[in-house]
Design a protein around this ligand. Structure first.
Ligand SMILES: [Zn+2]
Length: 648
């Protein structure tokens, strides 16, 4: 843990222009700097850096934040990692917060295990490249299969000797503790002997996002041995196979650049694609694809292409992976390799360009893929065809975006020759069943807060309260300390000044209203805390906040250009700024916030009402209907107050 005062020193020292310029060439334009956005493809620059506000903002893709957010986003680092990066850049010594005994032990153990795994990786590469056994058995094997040495080195591929305790013995001699050797799974204890888990195997280290060795995959070289062909490190404090992907460390930059991630099956498939100049590739080795792995990819891109080889049965077993990708709202394409080819053999048979061309020309969406795969089996059997339709419909139903679902329903209707209304009906039925099951776990899909608009044209979410929450937070950040109104205290005749934040906080807390969005809620709570304790709150505090979510949202909201009144803009006589009509804007924002909340509460009441009616609980029905009616009255009053300014 980095202590608070060190974080502040880092944030104070970091010069946004300086930090960004290390990665993006910038040109001065007035008070700001302009460059080509590193987060999306563009030809004309819309990426702006403001040294006075200490923030960056891309008006193309919407990404925004402070120096720390930039480093996190660009280098794919965690918050502490980004802070450490900046600390190194500005020569600030990191003072770590004192940890509790328990935290300390846990951290020490983690670090000790990482020391052991990185030692092991070094030993194994040493064995492969610089010992007779390694060269004659293992390096020859790779040479015969056509792998280049620089690829092996890039992935720290190594070799573990055949002698059953060679590694463990050497590690103990070099002073590594037996306890850690066993906890990393590199060694196995049997009575009072200690053995190597991976003897006589090619060793593939599995790296974390930042390049630390978490575990290993080991492949046997001799086919006559009865042991498993592949062996993985067991789960440990540092290695969780469901959360990591093989090759992600080497692929992350290229995934971002290409905005696509290829997913293959094995370690050597990853290596083969690198040799074919395709570096944005990972494998979910030792496990079928998990949701955590899909989310790991999602940090870098929305687009996954799965490469399948082999027989239909093998593919069918891994179809669940497609649904996992769809569930995350990502785009999935599938490429089926030619018969009896795997990525390794196929990439060696054709040239690099031909390979890439094949991938691009043969990618299909999941509907066509599943249909081709399953329809041949169905063979005009109506029952089997119905199963296939249900199968495809099930995949469509997990897609979170309504528009994407519509597109796929259309496609499915064409490919499988089923009418669209029937498909809609089936998809909605499945979705309702699912949301019913999940109701206790999650809020309904319509009530989920919408993430900040990072897309160029944000979709209008009428049912969400996010935009009205954001509007309130934006006013707090921009004008929190500006005077809202002045009143004369009748008792002592003194003037009372009410600021914008005083007004907003008073209005929202007096009605006990809550924010749905966690980041908006955090910012609001800090304002409230400051007011209650007579502290002054400034926008800088939030742009430089030590919660990266808060600094990101603040930078985004503060960098938006002034929203000018439409009428004034059209007449072009003079421009009325937000400040000049602040009172009206703040009042309206608070009212809109309130009416959105009421609409949301009414929706919840409706659901409860239906349930109460089903359960024949007439007393509850009456109660709920009364509440609903009361809220409608309040809503009517607010609408009238808002007049036709907003509800036009
Ligand atoms: Zn951008």
């Amino acid at each position: 843990m980095i202590d608070r005062s060190t974080i502040e020193r880092i944030l104070d020292a970091a010069q946004i222009v300086d930090v960004v310029q290390e990665f993006v060439p910038l040109k001065k334009r007035g008070v700001n700097y302009l460059g080509l956005c590193p987060f999306h493809n563009e030809k004309t620059p819309s990426f702006t850096v403001s040294p006075s506000k200490e923030i960056f903002k891309c008006f193309g893709c919407g990404k925004a934040g402070n120096s720390v957010n930039f480093v996190m986003e660009h280098e794919h680092l965690t918050y502490p990692e980004a802070l450490k990066y900046l600390a190194r850049k500005y020569h600030i010594e990191i003072v770590e917060k004192e940890l509790t005994q328990e935290e300390l032990e846990k951290q020490n153990e983690r670090e000790s295990l990482l020391v052991v795994t990185s030692y092991a990786a070094r030993q194994f590469t040493e064995n492969l490249f610089h010992t007779d056994e390694g060269i004659s058995i293992c390096l020859t094997y790779f040479k015969e299969r056509g792998f280049r040495q620089d690829t092996l080195k890039k992935f720290d591929v190594g070799y573990s000797f055949e002698k059953r305790d060679a590694f463990s013995k050497k590690a103990l001699e070099d002073g590594y503790k037996q306890d850690y050797l066993i906890k990393t799974g590199l060694s196995i204890q049997h009575e009072d002997h200690i053995f190597d888990r991976f003897s006589g195997r090619v060793m593939f280290p599995i790296h974390s996002l930042s390049g630390q060795v978490l575990g290993f995959g080991g492949r046997v070289l001799k086919t006559d041995i009865k042991s498993a062909k592949y062996l993985n490190s067991p789960e440990s404090e540092i290695y969780h196979k469901s959360r990591i992907l093989y090759g992600i460390y080497q692929a992350r930059k290229s995934i971002t650049q290409d905005d696509r991630c290829y997913l293959v099956e094995g370690y050597t498939d990853v290596l083969s694609l690198h040799e074919a100049n395709i570096e944005n590739v990972v494998a979910s080795s030792g496990t079928s694809l998990t949701q955590e792995q899909v989310r790991l990819i999602k940090r870098f891109t929305q687009n996954i292409t799965i490469l399948y080889d082999g027989d239909a049965a093998g593919i069918k077993a891994s179809l669940r992976g497609i649904d996992l990708v769809l569930e995350e709202g990502m785009n999935v394409k599938i490429v089926l390799l030619p018969d009896s080819e795997d990525p390794d053999s196929f990439s060696k048979k054709v040239s690099n360009d031909e390979f890439l061309k094949f991938l691009k020309e043969n990618e299909t969406d999941f509907i066509r893929f599943k249909t081709q795969l399953l329809l041949s089996e169905a063979n005009n059997d109506p029952v089997r065809k119905a199963d296939l339709i249900r199968d495809v419909v099930k995949s469509i139903a997990v897609i979170p975006e309504a528009i994407t679902r519509t597109v796929y329903i259309k496609e499915c209707s064409t490919v499988l020759d089923v009418s669209e209304p029937i498909l809609y009906h089936e998809v909605n039925k499945l979705r309702q069943q699912k949301s019913f099951q999940d109701r206790n776990k999650y809020p309904g899909p319509e009530d989920l807060p919408v993430p900040p608009p990072v897309i160029v044209k944000p979709v209008q979410h009428e049912t969400s309260t996010y935009y009205s929450e954001e509007a309130v937070v934006k006013l707090l950040l921009k004008y929190g300390s500006v005077e809202f109104e002045r009143t004369i205290n009748k008792e002592d005749g003194k003037e009372d000044v009410l600021t914008v934040s005083d007004y907003i906080v008073r209005e929202i807390t007096s009605d006990d209203l809550l924010f749905d969005d966690s980041v908006c809620s955090k910012i609001f709570s800090e304002f409230r805390f400051h007011i209650e304790h007579g502290l002054i709150t400034g926008e800088k505090q939030f742009v430089k906040h030590d919660d990266p979510e808060i600094s990101k949202l603040s930078a985004n909201l503060l960098s938006e250009p002034h929203q000018l009144s439409k009428i004034w803009k059209e007449k072009q006589t003079f421009v009325e700024t937000e400040e000049m009509k602040l009172k009206e804007i703040v009042g309206d924002a608070v009212l809109k916030f309130k009416s959105d909340k009421i609409i949301k509460i009414q929706k919840e009441i409706k659901i409860r009402l239906e349930e109460a009616q089903k359960a024949n609980d007439m007393e509850l029905v009456q109660q709920l209907m009364k509440r609903y009616a009361n809220l409608s009255v309040v809503l009517g009053l607010i609408s009238r107050k808002l007049g036709n300014r907003i509800l036009l």
